[in-house]
Design a binder for this molecule. Structure first.
Ligand code: MCN
Length: 781
């Protein structure tokens, strides 16, 4: 592997600029003549716009322009779309309501953008935004998806009767119902998966610049996928043709899914720049982020698991209503369906599975993928029901899982997915050993002697990352392909640039991608640069989400490296008068194996560019491109065990240990992988204990729109984790890796709630398990 190659625990190159405050984010960008934007946003959850009066605002100091939705429509700017078509079980297409970047006839959630004000300063823009008079006719609102689907609920979009977006199913309902009817035992659980706000450290921002001379647009934006942003803004929103639109996502301070989507603001800043003749920058403040960043989760589920007399699972049935908010965000339709329901086999052999999924419009901000995207919801329901079943059956939760584990791979589930590889028992054993699972009764007794309630819970999760292949997802309704591209440019002095369509916004790609080159050619990672996030530099890419940059993005790099290596070997063989098959590349040298004939890597590179002595017919240069479209997802899996102590007087939960044993296939950088797991666990623990986006059911106001009311986990809420890895390489990509970026957020919530409910002896507890809820549950038990 070499000291900086695959498997090396290399410190992150990019951290030098991040921890010294030298990162360059969208808000750091400045161009001559730049002005500032503020959005006029609806204070109402649901209202008809009867009129917009901008006359006062236009007279305010520093104001350059006040633009509203009608004008945008006249200019031909398109409505926002959802890029994945789902059909209901009756064959009808999903009901996609119209989402104007600036609402012109109706607003549908608090924060819906109505107009943009451009002014000399941010403060002037905000003052003027407050002076825009919008005449609203307020309508009744509905914020819960269950209520939105009830007869008589306020109608949000005319083309979605009863607010239903789709009523979709997967699996064999008859087989499941028969298995449940003849089961020796059935466990039923009602589950709420709480709504979350992503809360990336850097709020969303956009800088739109229209260049009249070139009739060209540039957009700096906080995006996880700038190429998709350019494609969508060009092909669907009619902002500009792709060749006239450059999208740059510079350093981005976290996204967790929320920066995948193309929001109204970046489209509007670009359009406003042309209309006003000045570059237009908008940066969200934190409350604006709470109100307008796509939220995550928000499912209500009834799940049933059936067992035979030998405690083997015979069937699983899940019935869910999911809240998709006021409009369908870019990938919102796929999250509850193909990123959720098809994971219901978990780590288990389950002969019959059925999932029904109804999705609803509500007067809340759109809901889309958030770290884990659909898989945390599945895992939570599944791992809560397995643990509950073990309690009802009076058997060990670990042994019930072990009895039902899948043991042969590839494994075809009854719900589309075929798992690539795994060893679930190895993760379970490793986690149980690390947690000293068998020693728990003693610790519980000791805690009792101190008046504390101690509980232990586990979760054996599976997740699907690197969604693929393009052809298959196309047949399931996707509007894009999910391959990735890479280009390797070896410079004449032997330094290397990797151009990738992946986007790094905290995942350490500038280090791990460079490790691949170091491993292959023996060059130090400091001689390798990773170029990403700019549509003018990288030809095309699909960006970063779904833990795909490892299995998909890095695999494209490997394919391009294969081509570079082949050409470098041909050049060296020619220069060293040897056979190409005898050439090896080691420690920065290109050698004839078993001899002392060698060239430095830089000499081969230089020769490729001087082109004075290349093999006949060879083109000069050393630069190759590749696209990688995997044959399937890869399937990380693992076991998380959580042990808690609960104070019966206050309901306060203390996590006394948290163990994660994960299988991410081969690992490129163990330190970065650990960091990814730690971050994911923090978000999972946040969901389980603290976080909740809460809307007032009557008015549709977001009650948790700042850190005063929305509790993010802080360092002292989190334990010191024990993380480790088992390894079953994925056979589906050249590195044998599986993504690690979401696993922590997927596996941890059920482990925690299983532990708390074990401690308090009451299974009736919803997330977040706040002290008040836990105290009430203790007293109800
Ligand atoms: N890696 C590795 N060995 C493996 C798998 C991955 O060394 N077997 C490395 C990769 O090379 C990469 C990192 O681990 O440097 C994460 O890789 P991967 O799991 O492929 O995830 P992505 O890079 O595609 O990142 C997306 C993922 C997702 S979906 C969310 S949400 C999330 C996450 O990453 N958002 C994050 N982690 C985040 N971390 C930060 N700091 N900020 C976010 O917004």
């Amino acid at each position: 592997m070499g000291i900086e190659g695959i498997g090396a625990r290399v410190a992150r190159k990019e951290d030098k600029r991040f921890i010294t405050g030298k990162g360059r984010y969208t808000d750091d960008m400045s161009v001559p003549g730049m002005k500032h934007a503020a959005f006029v946003r609806s204070p109402h959850a649901h209202a008809v716009i009867k009129g917009i009066d901008t006359s006062e605002a236009k007279k305010m100091p520093g104001v350059i322009g006040v633009l509203a939705g009608a004008e945008m429509k006249t200019d031909g700017i398109g409505s926002l779309i959802c890029g994945w078509m789902i059909h209901s079980k009756d064959g009808s297409p999903m009901n996609m309501g119209d989402w104007r970047p600036l609402a012109d006839t109706k607003v549908r959630y608090v924060g819906d953008a109505v107009a943009i004000v451009v002014a000399d300063t941010k403060a002037q823009a905000r003052d003027a935004a407050e002076a825009v008079k919008v005449d609203y006719e307020v309508l009744p609102a509905v914020t819960s998806a269950v209520d939105a689907l009830k007869p008589g609920a306020p109608q949000i979009h005319d083309n979605a009767p009863g607010n239903q977006i789709y009523d979709w199913e997967i699996g064999d309902l008859d087989a499941v119902d028969k298995a449940i009817a003849s089961a020796a035992h059935v466990t039923t659980l009602d589950i709420v998966n709480n709504r979350l706000v992503p809360n990336a450290m850097e709020p969303r921002a956009a800088l739109g610049v229209y260049d009249e001379a070139e009739d060209h647009y540039t957009c700096w934006t906080t995006s996880q996928n700038p190429h998709v942003a350019r494609l969508v803004m060009s092909a669907f929103y009619n902002v500009a043709p792709e060749n006239k639109l450059r999208v740059i996502a510079p350093d981005v301070g976290g996204g967790f899914g929320s920066k995948i989507y193309i929001y109204p603001e970046e489209i509007t800043c670009l359009w406003a720049s042309k209309k006003t003749g000045v570059p237009v920058k908008w940066v969200a403040d934190r409350t604006e982020s709470f109100l307008t960043d796509a939220h995550g989760r928000d499912h209500v589920t009834t799940i049933k698991m059936a067992f035979d007399a030998d405690n083997k699972i015979t069937a699983l049935k899940a019935d869910t209503i999911a809240n998709l908010g006021a409009y369908m965000s870019l990938f919102s339709s796929v999250v509850p369906t193909y990123l959720h329901a098809i994971l219901y086999s978990g780590q288990y052999v389950i002969p019959a599975i059925h999932c029904n999924m109804r999705t609803a419009y509500t007067n809340t901000v759109p809901v889309d993928a958030y770290r884990g995207a659909g898989r945390p919801e599945t895992t939570y329901a599944l791992e809560r029901v397995v643990e509950t079943a073990a309690r009802e059956l009076g058997v060990s939760p670990a042994e019930l899982r072990r009895k039902n584990f899948i043991r042969e791979w590839p494994y075809q589930t009854p719900v589309i997915l075929q798992y690539d590889s795994g060893d679930y028992e190895a993760s379970l054993d490793a986690a149980m050993k690390a947690a000293d699972y068998d020693g728990f009764p003693e610790r519980k007794a000791e805690a009792e002697s101190r008046g504390k309630k101690r509980g232990i819970g586990m979760s054996c999760y599976i997740e699907a990352c690197g969604i693929a292949p393009s052809q298959a997802i196309g047949s399931l309704g996707a509007g894009v392909g999910l391959w990735e591209s890479a280009e390797i440019r070896v410079n004449a002095v032997g330094t290397v640039e990797i151009l990738t369509g992946s986007h790094s916004h905290g995942q350490g790609h500038e280090t791990t991608f460079a490790q691949l080159v170091s491993d292959r050619f023996g060059v130090p990672i400091d001689s390798v640069s990773v170029v990403h996030g700019d549509t003018d530099k990288v030809q095309m890419g699909m960006g970063t989400y779904g833990s795909r940059s490892g299995p998909v993005g890095m695999s494209a790099v490997v394919k391009a490296l294969d081509k570079v290596e082949k050409k470098a070997k041909m050049i060296a063989a020619h220069l060293l008068e040897a056979d190409e098959s005898d050439i090896v590349i080691e420690n920065g040298q290109v050698k004839v194996a078993g001899t002392d004939k060698a060239l430095g890597w830089h000499e081969v590179a230089l020769n490729a560019y001087t082109a004075h002595n290349l093999p006949a017919d060879m083109e000069p240069g050393l630069k190759e491109t590749a696209f990688f479209d995997p044959a399937n997802f890869s399937f990380p899996a693992g076991c998380h065990i959580c042990e808690v102590e609960v104070d019966p007087d206050t309901g306060r939960v203390e996590i006394v240990q948290f163990v994660a044993s994960d299988d991410f296939g081969n690992i490129i950088n163990p330190m970065i992988v650990e960091g990814q797991v730690h971050g994911g666990l923090a978000q999972g623990i946040g969901q389980a204990l603290l976080e909740n986006a809460s809307y007032d059911p009557e008015t549709g106001q977001l009650l948790t729109a700042s850190y005063m009311d929305y509790t993010m986990p802080r360092a002292d809420d989190l334990p010191s984790y024990h993380v480790s890895n088992t390894v079953t390489p994925s056979p589906l990509n050249p590195l044998g890796i599986k993504g690690c970026g979401e696993a922590g957020a997927i596996g941890s919530p059920p482990a925690l709630i299983n532990a708390i409910t074990d401690a308090i002896g009451n299974n009736n507890l919803n997330m977040p398990a706040t002290p008040q809820r836990v105290w009430a549950a203790i007293n109800a038990a």
